[in-house]
Design a protein around this ligand. Sequence first.
Ligand code: BV8
Ligand code: ZN
Length: 267
Amino acid sequence: MKSFRETLLNAKNVLILTGSGISAESGIPTFRGAGGFWRKYQAQSLATPEVFASNPSLVWEFYEYRRTVAAQAKPNKAHEAIAEFQKRLSKENKIVSIVTQNIDGLHQRAGAENVLELHGSLYKTRCTKCKNVEQNESLPICPALEGKGSPDPKALSSDIPVEDLPRCEKQDCGGLLRPHIVWFGENLDKDVLRKAYEAVETCDACLVIGTSSVVYPAAMFAPQVARRGISVAEFNIESTPATRDFKYHFEGPCTVTVPEALETQEC
Ligand code: BV8
Ligand code: ZN
C-alpha cells in the first residue's frame, strides 16, 4: 500500500473504475452474490430489452424497487474518499476520472463530479418513441407503481396496463418510457465509451474497485491500462479473473482499503 500511495503522489491523471461492490456496504445488493436476486429472477435476466418488450410491467416493478433501495442508501466511506480525493487533486490541476458501472448515483451523492455512468442511471428515463432522456427521481415514478416492486419471491406480478406505466410528457408523444440504462445485449452510448477510452489511454494511475470484471466492455478497461505499463490497484474482497493483470490487489472491504489508499499523507 505504501508503494501504491507513492505512485498516487506523483500521478496527475488518475482513473477510478467502480462496480457494484463499492455500493455493497451501502446496502445495495451486488449482481453476483445472494443479493443478486429479485423475486425468483436473477437481476441480469430482467435487464434485457427482450424482457422489457414482452413484460414492461414486470421490468418497471423491478426498477421501481431498485430506485427505492438506492434512494434510501447512503454513500459510504469509499464513495466519500473518492469524492474527497477528486476535490483535492483538482485543486492541484490534476484529473481524477470516475467511471462507474453502477446506476445508483451514490458517487454523485458523495460529491464526485463528472461521473461517467457506463450503464446509465436508475434516475434517468428514455422515451421509447421520441428518445428524449429526462432526469427523474420521483418515487413512485408513476401512480400505478405506488407500492409495487416487492422483492418477495411470493409477490405476484402487478400486470400494470402499459398505458399506466411511465409515459412521455413531451408534446404529442406519450410514448412508453424505459429506464435510461444499458441492458445486456445493448450497446453502450458511444460518447460515454469515447470518454472512457480517453481516460484509459491517458491515465497515469488506476484503481479498480468492487467489480467482478466479467461484464464487457467495462471489464476490459483496467486490463487495458495495465497493458500500457501503468500501475493498477484492484480493491476487492476476493480475487477476480483480472487480478493477475494488476500490480496491486488490496483485499478487504473497500470502505477500509479505499480510504487507506486515497487519504492525504499525514505529514
Ligand atoms: C455489449 C445495468 C455490444 C443494468 C449492466 C460472452 C462473452 C463476453 C461478453 C458477452 C458474452 N455474451 C454476451 C456478452 C456481452 C455482455 C456481457 O459482457 N455479458 C457477460 C455477463 C458475459 N455485455 C453486454 O451485453 C454489454 N453490451 O456488449 O454491447 C453487444 C451488442 C449486442 C450483442 C453483443 C454485444 C452491456 C453490458 C451492460 C449490462 N448492464 N448494468 C442494471 O444494473 O440493471 S451490467 C451490470 O453487471 C453492472 O453494471 C456491472 O457492469 C455488471 C456487474 O458487475 P459488477 O459491477 O462487477 O458486480 P458483481 O456483482 O458482478 O461483482 C461485485 C464485485 O464486488 C465482486 O467482485 C465482489 O467480490 C466485490 N465486492 C462485494 N462487496 C465488496 C466488494 N469489493 C469491495 N468491497 C466490498 N464490500
Ligand atoms: Zn416521447
